[in-house]
Design a protein around this ligand. Sequence first.
Ligand SMILES: [Fe+2]
Ligand SMILES: [Fe+2]
Length: 343
Amino acid sequence: MSRRIATTKVSGLLLRQLGPRFFSTSSIGPVMREASTFSRPLGMEWVRIPMLEARKFSNLASSAGKDEEKAAEPPSAAVGKMSGGGGGDEKAIVSYWGVAPPQFTKEDGSPWRWNCFRPWESYKPDLSIDVKKHHEPTNFMDKFAFWTVQVLKYPTYMFFQRRHMCHAMLLETVAAVPGMVGGMLLHCKSLRRFEHSGGWIKALLEEAENERMHLMTFIEIARPQWYERALVFAVQGVFFNAYFLAYLASPKLAHRIVGYLEEEAVNSYTEFLNDLEKGDFEDVPAPAIAIDYWRLPPESTLKDVVTVIRADEAHHRDLNHFASDIQCQGRELREYPAPIGYH
Ligand SMILES: [Fe+2]
Ligand SMILES: [Fe+2]
């Protein structure tokens, strides 16, 4: 009898300690009701974490001042203890894990508005890079890579013609794939071979993130149509798998192809800039996200944004041709320190 009582006490104690952890997020209601009957883990507070919508903070520079006060509310300001209320957001998440959204400030002390990147990930772009550089294809592999890109380029130009904004937006959905695939495969290779990567995993993932930020910038100015979304869906399915297989078969070919793709990206942004300078397209104010990401002056416009994006593409061009050159010379990427933070 006494053993049964002891077992009941132990299981009750375990249930009190572990019980809440087995509730799924869909059963937030029961967790809240049972809160008083379960012990909280030591040092943890019940917090209400609002679901922050990134686009809530997005605005063009022209309207930044108007919406600044509302948009600039730091994420942590909206976090309140469950018992104390606060937040008031309908989409709040209730959790006792104590993981409160971090709070950052800009250099001038004002709150940092973006969850998708942090102040130290912003940078001053290097506009001194040569945007006309070209790798002359000499051997068979180079020529194969060059003509693959040329063949892909023509239907793309025919489809978009001079719809530069749309072209740029959809181009970025493709451009952000190779860095992620290459970084992922180098990561797996590092694990398999028990060896360092030379920093190339990080360098390639940084490239993917930088390309994705180009896309996040363009979606502040233009919105894809349903058929463009469908096109991106299909192209991503094909391109991801094709690039994955190409990188497995020959990383130096894969990097060379990306080097030529980046050369074409530089060319298409140059055409975009030319048409903006001619006044064929409205030079709208730069999105607020671009001003913070590239540390641009507040009065910057789309032309400034396209200029810094073109400089980024030129850096990606050089990084990928360099990665291909290393391997073409019979060496491995890990033998050369990767240009981390190369923008
Ligand atoms: Fe890009
Ligand atoms: Fe790029």
